[in-house]
Design a protein around this ligand. Sequence first.
Ligand SMILES: Cc1cc2nc3c(=O)[nH]c(=O)nc-3n(C[C@H](O)[C@H](O)[C@H](O)COP(=O)(O)OP(=O)(O)OC[C@H]3O[C@@H](n4cnc5c(N)ncnc54)[C@H](O)[C@@H]3O)c2cc1C
Length: 385
Amino acid sequence: MTDYSTIYQQLSQLAILTEQTGGMPAEEIRLIKNSSLLDIVLPGEALDFEQDNTAALLAHLKDVGRSNGAIGRIYEGHINTLFLIHLYGTAAQKEYWYDQVRRERKFFGVWNTDSTVGITFKVKPEQVIINGAKGFCSGADLVDFALIGGKTDQFSGTSDWQMVIVPMQQVEEFRIDRKSWEPLGMKASVSYTIDFSGIEVGHSTLLGQPGDYLKSPYFLGGAIRFAAVQLGMAESVYNKTLDFLRSLNRLEDPFQKMRIGKMAMALHSGQLWIKNAGQNFDDWKYTADLNERLVAYANMTRLTVEGICIEVLQLSTLCVGAKGLMAPGDLERWHRDLTFYLRQPAPDATLQNAANYLIHTDQPIESCLGLKPAIDEPSMMAASL
Ligand SMILES: Cc1cc2nc3c(=O)[nH]c(=O)nc-3n(C[C@H](O)[C@H](O)[C@H](O)COP(=O)(O)OP(=O)(O)OC[C@H]3O[C@@H](n4cnc5c(N)ncnc54)[C@H](O)[C@@H]3O)c2cc1C
């Protein structure tokens, strides 16, 4: 795969600049658009969705997160949209949207979180009329196409949740509420609220059938992608913590060594979870009977990574003290960004769901975790006879 280390360095530097100026991460997005990061999952490319590349994709998302958390968030949305097009697009839609990425260098985003008034779609013979607003629209006025979910009046019999890919050139400036985004961290993800009411789009923007977006295992199973970005951010907190201690010549202190060791151990556990999550995703996604297992493993991965990131943040805080957590020091921003980005939907229900699967399955825990038995039991019995 292409070496992206120079781009990662640039993204890392730009994060500092964007935070200081309070501006948009436009230069960061331009860098990605001008590189093969933009089309990396398209057919024939390094992380082609047609191949079983999930572990490599997660490692890639982790790298992006380690360079720049806000861009990691926006970029994950681009990858997620292309995955949904890969899963549910017609041949003509794929041709059109892939071409928009390859030739026109267009960036995509997924905005599923409803604002106070959720999205509805009225499907007319000539067009589709959108009403309502979305919150948490990462990359709000930087992406070129936004996949939004909402209730359609064309109920499929099982679900009315429809995906529509809105060309952002149809979304006028006044619809973007910039005051809606005053977060603790991840300010540069520019996740504004956008009001889509009254916008009309063509039928060709409808992606898949109602209910496709929420289908198992891809909806909940997709949590492993944002977990990978979060873990990359925790790796950056670790690196910057060491840099700070080095600058004060404090690395040889036994208590600091203890905390550094604990951080490294926690990060490595996260790396193993993410790697296994990618492998299990590819091993289990084709078998309907294993979909629940895939989702349970993704849920556990997400929560384990959350716990690891919290542990790393806590240990880093103890390592660097107040002096290390002051702006314009970079570590201060990383702490706020990661703390905030760890807040993802319904963590308690996520654990309940994973535990429910484990309680009700008749499979041994090793199988649920994707572990192969160390010793093949029948052959061991044969050997002992
Ligand atoms: C930086 C950032 C960028 C984002 N970008 C996007 C984006 O581009 N697109 C997008 O679609 N979304 C985006 N999101 C939104 C994200 O997917 C979540 O919807 C959002 O983070 C929800 O967080 P929350 O902590 O408020 O969740 P909640 O689910 O409200 O959880 C908060 C707490 O309430 C508990 N809880 C949840 N439900 C209940 C209940 N019914 N009863 C009692 N307790 C409950 C939870 O267990 C938890 O303890 C983004 C979020 C962040 C932080």
